[in-house]
Design a binder for this molecule. Structure first.
Ligand SMILES: Nc1ncnc2c1ncn2[C@@H]1O[C@H](COP(=O)(O)OP(=O)(O)O)[C@@H](O)[C@H]1O
Ligand SMILES: [Mg+2]
Length: 361
């Protein structure tokens, strides 16, 4: 039922401006959910539209399963309908004058199914998105989240080879968004679909994706599992876009394979994981996520006594501003107790594996 997607050296240059998609290559295995994550304007939608056939790529190739659907160098371009791809967009895009069932049944028209076969497929799709009991309601009586599930059922009912989703949750209120985010992964997996999902929301990417591709300025910077992206960001942009908010300047003292030591601007020495291409003497920027800094920890490596500049109560966590040499760093401690008032000092530990050195920004 589902097939894999292979994109190689995809480029899209619109008549105006710099390339919207710039030499992007990746695959989506059968049954896998890959999420493209990046800020607005980085080329996510354009990539998705090239896969759907709604945009004409400038260069590169796209395979859906064994079928080459796009190869501009050879003048090959398979039209959207012949690609058998399902799409879900940001707007609900349901037909307001129809019932839920009529909406979901619509894409089956002209596919040569008997009415029994069609009804079975519609019932199956409605079950999957948990809307069976609403089948005969006018679609306009549903909530936003339910309408988006109708759109999802409609995109899956003809068992597409590939499901493309473009920020499908961004028009929903926060609470609904969280619920549907968890549902979406379950529904896509239950249907056994291969999916390419686009979002600017890092949490959505982590919860939904088997792998995440981080994009910036039309380029794919990293394609890896959520755990890898969060623990071994390929570069400073990936690190900061996914939540590392502490940056420390320093100079490489020594490198030993993936690890090395850095002298920080304030004179402290820190052991860190090293990105490729760094050697002794190079200027580096070290990136650290605030929740990875350990307060009152006993480990000897990367252990410092620092001054507390401020503590801010945030309910289930407390945010601390700490002074390490000439650098102010932010640390988060979970729990509802505040323990380190401004003006006190505290011992912190920054485990080397969550401390990443990159060529200086
Ligand atoms: N039809 C178009 N004509 C010209 N430029 C476009 C068009 N569509 C998108 N772009 C440009 O391509 C870039 C990528 O856009 P897009 O793929 O929509 O980004 P994203 O979905 O990541 O926000 C942006 O600079 C955008 O302005
Ligand atoms: Mg977009």
């Amino acid at each position: 039922m589902s097939a894999n997607l292979a994109i190689a050296n995809l480029r899209k240059v619109f008549a105006t401006g710099k390339p919207a998609v710039d030499d992007v290559s990746f695959t989506v295995e059968a049954g896998e959910i890959v999420v493209l994550l990046g800020p607005s304007g980085c080329g996510k939608t354009t990539t998705l539209r090239c896969v759907a056939g709604l945009e004409h790529p400038t260069d590169g190739t796209i395979h859906i399963g064994d079928t080459l659907v796009s190869a501009p160098a050879r003048g090959l371009l398979v039209p959207p309908r012949a690609r058998n791809v399902g799409m879900v967009f940001q707007s609900y895009a349901v037909w307001p004058h129809m019932t839920v069932r009529q909406n979901v049944a619509y894409p089956l028209k002209g596919r040569g199914l008997t009415s029994d076969e069609a009804a079975r497929k519609v019932d199956g799709a409605l079950d999957l998105v948990d809307l069976a009991q609403y089948a005969d309601r006018p679609v306009v009586q549903l909530s936003g989240g339910q309408m988006q599930r109708v759109a999802l059922a409609r995109s899956m009912v003809y068992e597409p080879r590939l499901l493309l989703l473009d920020e499908p949750l961004s028009n929903l209120d926060a609470q609904l968004r969280l619920r549907l985010r968890d549902d979406l992964r379950r529904i896509i997996k239950a249907a056994g679909l291969t999916a390419l999902y686009v979002t600017h929301d890092q949490l959505e990417a982590v919860v939904l994706g088997d792998r995440i591709g981080v994009m910036q300025n039309g380029k794919l910077l990293q394609m890896a599992t959520p755990e890898q992206v969060y623990n071994r960001p390929a570069d400073l942009f990936v690190a900061s876009f996914t939540g590392a908010s502490n940056f420390m300047a320093g100079k490489v003292k020594a490198r030993d394979g993936e690890w090395g030591t850095v002298e920080l601007a304030g004179g402290h020495t820190i052991t860190a994981w090293f990105a490729t291409g760094l050697a002794a003497g190079d200027a580096v920027t070290i990136a650290i996520r605030p929740e990875n800094i350990r307060l009152e920890a006993a480990e000897a490596q990367n252990r410092y006594t620092v001054d507390v500049v401020s503590q801010r109560f945030q309910g289930v966590q407390t945010a601390y501003e700490l002074q390490l040499g000439s650098t102010t760093i932010e640390a988060l401690a979970t729990g509802t107790t505040m323990r380190h008032p401004a003006g006190s000092s505290v011992t912190i530990n920054i485990p080397p594996e969550i401390c990443w050195a990159y060529p200086a920004a």
